[in-house]
Design a protein around this ligand. Structure first.
Ligand SMILES: [Zn+2]
Length: 132
């Protein structure tokens, strides 16, 4: 889960927004190529998640979350010039076999040199094929 303080960055929740159970939002929608991993989600109260200021209805919120996720991914992949698939999976910590396999499939289609990937190419793939 990314470390992004919604209320600090986007303003306090109204009572309506703060209401309801906590839900996991996929920052890059699965329909846009998003996959499950440590940096792919954020917990939001249901009222905010589904509300007018939430990421599904508000472009500014959606953009802020995507930019925060991208920033964290670049920070997570800043140590080395390139990463192989095992290093990528170690960093991303996919929760289950299905997520792990989806990441592997996406990385197979990502630019690499003998199985070594540059951070920018990894992050672009994880962001759904484009940088924000
Ligand atoms: Zn959502």
């Amino acid at each position: 889960m990314i470390n992004f303080d919604v209320q600090k960055e986007l303003g306090y929740y109204s009572d309506e927004e703060a209401a309801g159970p906590i839900e996991m939002h996929h920052i890059v929608y699965r329909s846009h190529g998003g996959v499950d991993h440590f940096y792919s989600k954020i917990a939001l109260p249901a009222g905010f998640h589904k509300g007018n200021r939430g990421p599904h209805l508000n472009k500014k919120t959606d953009k802020a979350l995507k930019e925060a996720m991208q920033k964290e991914l670049f920070a997570a992949f800043q140590e080395f010039a390139t990463y192989d698939i095992n290093a990528i999976l170690t960093i991303l910590q996919p929760e289950n076999k299905r997520s792990r396999e989806k990441i592997c499939r996406q990385m197979e289609k990502t630019k690499n040199i003998a199985g070594e990937y540059k951070a920018e190419d990894i992050v672009r793939t994880l962001m759904g094929g484009r940088l924000h």
